[in-house]
Design a protein around this ligand. Structure first.
Ligand SMILES: *[C@@H]1O[C@H](CO)[C@@H](O)[C@H](O)[C@H]1NC(C)=O
Ligand SMILES: *[C@@H]1O[C@H](CO)[C@@H](O)[C@H](O)[C@H]1NC(C)=O
Ligand SMILES: *[C@@H]1O[C@H](CO)[C@@H](O)[C@H](O)[C@H]1NC(C)=O
Ligand SMILES: *[C@@H]1O[C@H](CO)[C@@H](O)[C@H](O)[C@H]1NC(C)=O
Length: 347
């Protein structure tokens, strides 16, 4: 397999005001504003960052295949050093001309973490799949500091998502009285069901956290998520610049600087829907998968930004010749390590 050498550029968006996450205080509004601005001034740096990562990835793929021309010139896994006298990445002054392009991405705080986060118990690990079956998915998640536009090493990226049939670890079923609940019609929670309670506290599948490496990248292996009522297919994330590993393999988090959600192109979702075990999703023939543009709480739509220029969608590369061999997904988050984000989930 040879990866195309162009445009593997992640897109990521400011996930702006939603019903649950609208900044309420003047301070929160200022954080949003500053991060939105940062999305513009970091855009060229993010494009460069992703290009480096893509070359590092290609290097890995091509190692052991020296008959391919020019493979020696690609980047190895080391730190991405700048040429002497040059800055590897730097911020661009914000002017009218600096426009956020569709091949760059910076994520701003914040969308809801939703009801399925576990404050305690996410394991520190890169392979989060456990025994869950589904289409293989490797994630390459970059984190940059929006104040310097430089990659942020050693920050903990915490992710969690639903399994192929739309369930989160620990939350297998609705409460008994809500077994026949229908999605809400109208109102803020239009299209959603009540959250499934956590009745299996020990389950951890499809949850895990890993620190970014010296290049500001955290990689995970997992399966492509499935869908559940009212929500577009997504992966949740939180970013912690400081944390303490615990003896049982979990961690105690320090301050939170980012809460966000990542998505997939609907065309890819359509292809995944057709594969086993995604075909056994219990809502497949009733409400079905929610398309990105219909996402409840407007989470996906709001993430396009006021001018529709942002895109919090993984750039996917196929791992093999066919879709069921899986994907590698690239995305970049910009975070401001000076801020402290609240958990804005209000139930
Ligand atoms: C980062 O956060 C600090 C503290 O809220 C703020 O003063 C600064 O403008 C922010 N920087 C960016 C680029 O958003
Ligand atoms: C990005 O934008 C350019 C120019 O506006 C367009 O030609 C290109 O198709 C876009 N690419 C994607 C992936 O949307
Ligand atoms: C790990 O240890 C912490 C701190 O003692 C505890 O709160 C947590 O429940 C433990 N988690 C698991 C999964 O054992
Ligand atoms: C997803 O998780 C639910 C709840 O634990 C389980 O019943 C279901 O079998 C899982 N789906 C797959 C495809 O394993």
């Amino acid at each position: 397999m040879l990866l195309p050498s162009h445009a593997l550029l992640s897109l990521l968006l400011p996930l702006l005001a939603t019903a649950h996450s609208s900044p309420e205080t003047a301070e929160e509004r200022e954080v949003q504003r500053a991060l939105q601005q940062a999305a513009y001034h970091c855009a060229p740096a993010v494009a460069e960052f992703t290009a480096y990562r893509k070359r590092a990835w290609a290097q890995k793929v091509l190692t052991g295949n020296p008959s391919l021309p020019a493979y020696q010139e690609l980047f190895a896994d080391g730190t991405y050093d700048a040429e002497p006298g040059q800055e590897l990445m730097s911020c661009t002054p914000v002017t009218e001309e600096v426009k956020m392009e569709n091949n760059t991405c910076v994520l701003t705080p914040t969308v809801t973490e939703g009801p399925y986060y576990h404050k305690v118990g996410h394991p520190i690990r890169q392979n989060i799949a456990e025994y869950q079956i589904g289409v293989p998915l490797l994630l390459d998640i970059g984190v940059i500091d929006v104040e310097t536009c430089k990659p942020l090493p050693n920050v903990l990226v915490d992710i969690w998502h639903a399994n192929a049939t739309g369930h989160y670890a620990g939350h297998p079923e609705p409460t008994f009285e809500l077994r026949d609940e229908k999605p809400q019609v109208g109102g803020k929670r239009n299209g959603l069901l009540s959250a499934f309670p956590r009745t299996k506290p020990a389950e951890t599948f499809l949850r895990g956290a890993w620190p970014t490496n010296e290049n500001g990248v955290a990689q995970f292996s997992t399966i492509f998520p499935g869908y559940y009522t009212g929500r577009a297919t997504h992966i949740h994330t939180k970013v912690f610049p400081s944390w303490t590993p615990l003896p049982n393999g979990t961690f105690e988090a320090g301050k939170l600087v980012h809460v966000g959600q990542f998505f997939f192109d609907d065309e890819i979702n359509v292809q995944v829907d057709k594969m086993h075990p995604y075909t056994t999703n219990p809502i497949k023939d009733t409400v079905g998968r929610t398309r990105n543009w219909r996402d409840s709480l407007n989470i996906f739509e709001d993430s396009q930004g006021p001018e529709g220029k942002y895109n919090p969608v993984f750039r996917l590369e196929m791992l093999g010749g066919v879709v069921n061999q899986g994907f590698a997904g690239f995305i970049t988050m910009g975070v401001n390590t000076s801020v402290e984000v609240d958990n804005w989930w209000k139930g």
